[in-house]
Design a protein around this ligand. Structure first.
Ligand SMILES: Cc1cc2nc3c(=O)[nH]c(=O)nc-3n(C[C@H](O)[C@H](O)[C@H](O)COP(=O)(O)OP(=O)(O)OC[C@H]3O[C@@H](n4cnc5c(N)ncnc54)[C@H](O)[C@@H]3O)c2cc1C
Length: 470
């Protein structure tokens, strides 16, 4: 096939995978729910090779599906079942080009695994503070392309808040390079921010310059029982006030979710007995030497005791060792596999204004109950992000006839409360139809215009963000 011959000539035959067994892992998302087809998986080794592949794809009418660690949860890296698609894997773009301790920046290529980058920055006493369960597999390009969030957004912002510059190849093969790490550059539209969160629809990110933070030398972690979900915000604010803003994570785990985790992971233990209706995992972190243990623990305890006296915390335990801290995080990071183990699911990743989060959960639970569904929830409480997932009470299949009505009812509640139907997981292919119906029409038209301007031939990631035209 001429297209494959051209790809082989551009990046070497060894890096154009077409054998079914070699190709198979690239065709299905990690949950196994989405599978597509592709002519090949292309594994370029440099930005120049990525540019050559994009030019050739345009010439030969092949559509490219960018893929990093393939840990995304919206099927954005999975090819569609139709069309002349090829996967463009960034796995070989895996060089950390520079760590600059004086400027507190790192410049790394798209295929560098998040945890590898964090290990390298730690050697300089610095951190790239994006924290989530898939950090051992997710790659920097995917993290940027999804504008990943995670547990530390409360303190450090989303990935976009930590990115100073980007190198990316546009659909026509031209390269944008803003890697010089400028902290100020008001010279027109910020293309970096256009590409971050674009889910591979506007360009292939090949490298980025990232802002690093001082690596925390001390952490204090606790698991608390809240009197109600609404109490969570007051507890968070008290801990922020008591510690001078050192809260790094604040994760809400309700009873049903904890029970599902323990059912799926018999080796994990409940941190409190009885298991609270509303559990809260909180962590303070500090890079200040004066905050080393036990100072940080004392700050945490001061806030917790004040909230116990106010009745908003009813029970709690503080991690007294790194092993205890890890056990608490193991519980949190077991959420996604536990939901998958609980049966067929429908997951929405919503964001609410902080003050409306408890009211949303109450109304949404009523919607779920009315449709005979069992909610399994977790929230990054400090940034108003609820992962609102439902399964069938018997762990079986969901009734497709009822799920459309359920989703519409839930999104109606969300819209009423000023929320977003995609907080951090992106739209991908999974939610492209929902996006077309629920995005503000003027904003959706503007998104379509940007896509049309940068990728008029639709070379990159068809069906992601926008439903594929039949
Ligand atoms: C256990 C678990 C926990 C998770 N927790 C969180 C969480 O807390 N917060 C969160 O935000 N996400 C979370 N995720 C989702 C996922 O890990 C993130 O979205 C991650 O950023 C995806 O990175 P990736 O390299 O795997 O990207 P992929 O899955 O390979 O791709 C994701 C999207 O980015 C595009 N893309 C990939 N690389 C590039 C590139 N170089 N240039 C342009 N486009 C590209 C793809 O086409 C696709 O649209 C979790 C996933 C798992 C499995």
């Amino acid at each position: 096939m001429p297209a494959l011959d051209a790809f082989r000539a551009a990046i070497g035959a060894d890096h154009v995978l077409t054998d079914p067994p070699a190709l198979a892992p690239y065709l299905t998302d990690w949950t196994g729910a989405y599978t597509g087809t592709a002519l090949a998986a292309l594994r370029p080794g440099s930005t120049g090779e990525v540019a050559a592949l994009l030019r050739l794809a345009g010439e030969h009418g092949v559509r490219l599906i960018p893929q990093g660690g393939n840990t995304g949860v919206s099927a954005g890296a999975t090819p569609p079942k139709t069309g002349r698609n090829a996967i463009l894997s960034t796995a070989r773009l895996n060089t950390i080009r520079a760590i600059d301790p004086a400027a507190r920046t790192a410049t790394a290529e798209a295929g560098v695994v998040l945890e590898t980058l964090q290990g390298a920055t730690a050697e300089h006493g610095l951190d790239f503070p994006v924290m989530f369960g898939a950090r051992g597999t997710a790659q920097l390009g995917g993290v940027l392309a999804t504008n990943a969030g995670g547990a530390n957004v409360l303190r450090h912002g989303n990935t976009r808040d930590l990115c100073l510059g980007i190198e990316a190849v546009l659909p026509d093969g031209r390269v944008i390079d803003t890697l010089s790490g400028l902290r100020k550059d008001n010279s027109g539209y910020d293309l970096r921010h256009l590409l971050i969160g674009s889910e591979g629809t506007l360009g292939i990110i090949t490298a980025a310059t990232l802002r690093l933070t001082p690596a925390p030398g001390a952490r204090a972690t606790a698991f608390l029982a809240l009197e109600s979900l609404g109490a969570g915000l007051a507890v968070l604010n008290r801990l922020q006030d008591a510690s001078g803003g050192l809260v790094e994570a604040c994760e809400w785990l309700p009873l049903a979710m904890i029970e599902a985790i323990l059912a799926a992971h018999p080796t994990l233990r409940a941190p409190l007995t009885p298991i609270p209706a509303h559990g809260l995992l909180v962590e303070l972190a500090s890079a200040r030497p004066s905050d080393a243990a036990p100072v940080l623990d004392d700050l945490l305890l001061a806030g917790v005791e004040a909230e116990m006296a106010a009745g908003r915390i009813t029970d709690g335990m503080v991690a007294h060792s790194e092993a205890q801290r890890r056990a608490l995080w193991a519980l949190r990071e077991a959420v996604l596999p536990s939901i998958l183990a609980a049966g067929e699911m429908l997951a929405l990743d919503v964001a609410l204004p902080l003050s409306r989060l408890p009211a949303f959960v109450e109304e949404a639970d009523a919607v779920a109950a009315a449709h005979g569904l069992r909610p399994l929830l977790v929230a990054h409480l400090g940034d108003g992000n609820v992962h609102y997932t439902v399964v069938a009470p018997d762990g079986g299949a969901l009734d497709p006839a009822r799920m459309g009505a359920y989703t519409e009812a839930l999104l109606t509640v969300l819209r009423k409360m000023g929320g977003s139907y995609s907080a951090e997981h992106g739209i991908g292919r999974a939610k492209a139809g929902l996006q077309a119906r629920w995005k503000d029409p003027a904003a959706f038209a503007a998104l379509c215009a940007v896509k049309q301007a940068l990728d008029p031939a639709g070379v990159l990631n068809p069906g992601v963000l926008f439903p594929e035209q039949g």
